[in-house]
Design a protein around this ligand. Structure first.
Ligand code: FES
Length: 174
């Protein structure tokens, strides 16, 4: 191998090394950009799924001053849910009941038979489900008709005279 050939090989090696450095640099920068863009997106999508049990979102529905003592009072509130890229709007409606202005219960207005909306009939002191004539008493217990169980209830808390509702649960379940 002559000097000329050696020089040629050395030049080629140098070019390869430069190319490798360029490649590594490009991959590194690309990787950093992808991580910068990708990680928040992954966190955004996966975050809700990773939410711990026991964490709970409370929804403010209104003032305790609006609840008539001894008379279930309907509150409606719009709820925006975000799951990843999907945002949905939902209207939540619940009947609040207090007999003494201190302890409150929050009942779903969805009939436990097939999901029709129940209405409070003050003259009869009963909830009425118009679809199949289901009737519930003031506390949401079944009086007659096909509903298999009482009206579901929301967890409830009062802070500064504002009512907040949490998870919906079947009566008798935590
Ligand atoms: S949906 Fe209420 S009685 Fe059927």
């Amino acid at each position: 191998m002559g000097i000329k050939e050696d020089g040629h090989i050395w030049k080629k090696k140098k070019q390869l090394a430069r190319r490798d450095v360029l490649k590594i640099t490009t991959w590194t920068i690309g990787g950093l950009i992808s991580a910068g863009l990708g990680l928040p997106a992954v966190a955004y999508i996966v975050g809700p799924a990773l939410k711990q049990d026991g964490e709970q979102d409370w929804l403010r529905v209104g003032s305790t001053a609006k609840v008539e003592i001894g008379n279930p009072t309907l509150f409606k509130v719009r709820l925006t849910r975000r799951a990843g890229w999907i945002t949905t709007e939902e209207q939540i409606a619940a009947y609040m009941l207090t007999e003494d202005g201190r302890d409150y219960i929050a009942m779903s207005n969805i009939c436990t038979h097939l999901g029709c909306r129940v209405r409070w009939i003050p003259e009869r002191e009963q909830f009425f489900s118009p679809c199949h004539n289901g009737i519930f008493d003031k506390q949401g217990r079944v009086v007659s008709g096909p509903p298999p169980r009482p009206l579901d209830r929301y967890e409830i808390k009062i802070e500064n005279d504002q009512i907040y509702i949490g998870r919906l649960h079947k009566v008798g379940e935590a």
